[in-house]
Design a protein around this ligand. Structure first.
Ligand SMILES: C[S@@+](CC[C@H](N)C(=O)[O-])C[C@H]1O[C@@H](n2cnc3c(N)ncnc32)[C@H](O)[C@@H]1O
Length: 473
């Protein structure tokens, strides 16, 4: 394998879609850009649309998701360790690898376009190296490559599965534990594979603003599987008038079901004050705002970061009656006495790996203790802000037990004024939505993001006997 620069072909044009995918990988690596937010802007700035945009998206997102798998394959073909390969050349190799092993791009096109790309991005010296490695990768089928990935199956079945499916070990192990606690021990391979697929594009017909039937007509979409407001589409949502004017938005069905469960829960108090205590960027707040108006209730939406509070206002639209407040909900003087509270807690986001392709490499197990601390404090705050008889929906887009069941158990164990409701019973549309009282949605089972929902009702603490906690804590 020679690293000597070869003579540059006379017309080594790089197509805009591949260059856009490469640009995204560099933005993620160099400035920590979020892939799902940065790619639409890159495509827009370069006027890339239609099939070229679809190609760039599949190339960039597929490469990001499967980076761990491809790095293990590249390492086997290279005499240099990955650390010794120039960063730009390595990204070109990853993109080439995905074209050869993960897309239906002919080998010669993947190899020659990657060689041209590495020259185009100022690494002509690595052109021969990239060309040789990719030609070597193309000689072996994907299934044969996967069988070579360490550790071998016979050593530890799960570690091999994590490598093949490009999941960092700590994430794979956490997902395995969550599946086991939901009685789905045998489903790990299915879940990991689902995390590597593209999520469907689902719209929400915002309650009170447009009906799902009208949105379906406008978008030529299909009804969702579970939510009465969901419409599944293909193509760019930006082409749809209702999305452009805010009557509809892009929202996973799992998120829609969280709002639905909260409004279906039975409260045992006056039901006129609702709170979304972690609202940014406002997807669920917009669902709740319409539902609150229909129910004759006021909605307050709180968001800690002011730029995200602005996004909430934007998502709610100028005609919304909801009150948006910026600040830390644990310290704001918003009063107590709410009847329904949504706590969509800050979390690792491990349930949304298919929608956020770079997330698995961005997060680390070290993030958990800080998140867990906030989650418990926020849930305690939510319970304090409720009227007796009111309900809080604790939701995460993560199935990690450390930020789901363990948070609920810890908070319940410390209070006498709370009872857990059965959340999955409130959403009979979903079959098999979790063992126990929580609602659990899974990408491999429900084709939604991995979502968790626990519903807690505040009881009158004086009615609890024996009382082990004084009313003021
Ligand atoms: C999971 S996101 C919420 C997503 C939102 N419900 C939606 O559907 O668009 C969590 C949000 O909580 C905010 N947050 C975290 N801690 C907070 C706090 N103490 N007070 C208010 N907002 C907080 C974060 O800034 C983040 O925007």
């Amino acid at each position: 394998m020679s690293d000597r620069p070869r003579r540059r072909p006379k017309s080594a044009e790089v197509d805009p879609a591949r260059l856009a995918a490469y640009t995204l990988l560099r933005e993620v690596a160099e400035s920590g850009a979020y892939a799902n937010l940065a790619l639409p802007k890159i495509l827009r700035d370069r006027s890339i649309s239609g099939t070229d945009a679809a190609f760039a998206t599949e190339l960039a997102f597929g490469t990001l998701r499967l980076r761990g798998r491809y790095d293990a394959i590249i390492a086997q073909c290279s005499s240099r360790s990955l650390d010794e390969i120039d960063d730009r050349a390595l990204d070109v190799l990853r993109l080439g690898c995905h074209q050869i092993l993960g897309m239906r791009v002919p080998d010669y096109a993947a190899v020659s376009s990657s060689t041209a790309l590495v020259r185009r991005v100022g690494r002509s010296g690595a052109a021969g190296f990239v060309n040789a490695i990719l030609r070597r990768i193309a000689q072996t089928e994907l299934t044969d490559w996967l069988a070579t990935l360490p550790p071998r199956v016979e050593q530890d079945g799960n570690d091999h599965l994590f490598a093949v499916n490009s999941h960092p070990r700590w994430i794979g192990a956490a997902l395995a534990a969550s599946l086991a606690s939901d009685g789905q021990e045998g489903k790990l391979a299915e879940l990991l594979a689902a995390n590597n697929s593209a999520a469907p594009v689902t719209l929400v017909a915002r309650p009170g603003r447009i009906s799902a039937a009208e949105l379906q007509k406008q978008s030529e979409g299909d009804p969702g599987r579970y939510s009465p407001w969901a419409v599944r589409i293909t193509g760019d949502p930006g082409r749809i008038e209702a999305v452009r004017n805010g009557d509809a938005g892009v929202q996973d069905e799992g998120s829609q079901l969280i709002a639905l469960a909260l409004v279906r829960a039975e409260v045992d108090c006056a039901d006129d004050r609702w709170l979304d205590m972690c609202a940014g960027p406002g997807g669920k707040a917009a669902d709740l705002a319409g539902l609150a108006e229909q129910a004759g209730a006021e909605l307050t939406a709180v968001e800690q970061h002011s730029h995200r509070a602005d996004l909430v206002k934007q998502t709610l639209g100028p005609d919304s009656r909801a009150l948006v407040v910026s600040g830390d909900v644990r310290q704001l003087p918003i009063g107590s006495g709410f009847s329904r509270i949504l706590l969509d807690a800050p979390c690792t986001g491990l349930g949304a790996l298919r929608r956020r392709p770079d997330l698995r490499w961005r997060r680390s197990a070290a993030d958990l203790p800080g998140l867990r601390h906030s989650q418990q404090e926020l849930l305690d705050t939510a319970l304090d802000l409720l009227r007796p008889g009111g309900v809080v929906a604790y939701a995460t887009c993560s199935p990690h037990l450390g930020e789901t069941d363990e948070v609920i158990d810890a908070v319940i164990a410390d209070r006498v004024d709370v009872e857990q409701l059965n959340a999955s019973e409130l959403i009979p549309e979903v079959d098999g939505a979790g063992s126990g009282a929580a609602l659990r949605l899974w990408p491999h089972r429900h084709d939604t993001d991995g979502m968790y929902l626990a519903l807690l009702r505040r009881t009158d603490s004086s009615a609890n006997e024996p009382a082990t906690r004084s009313p003021d804590g």
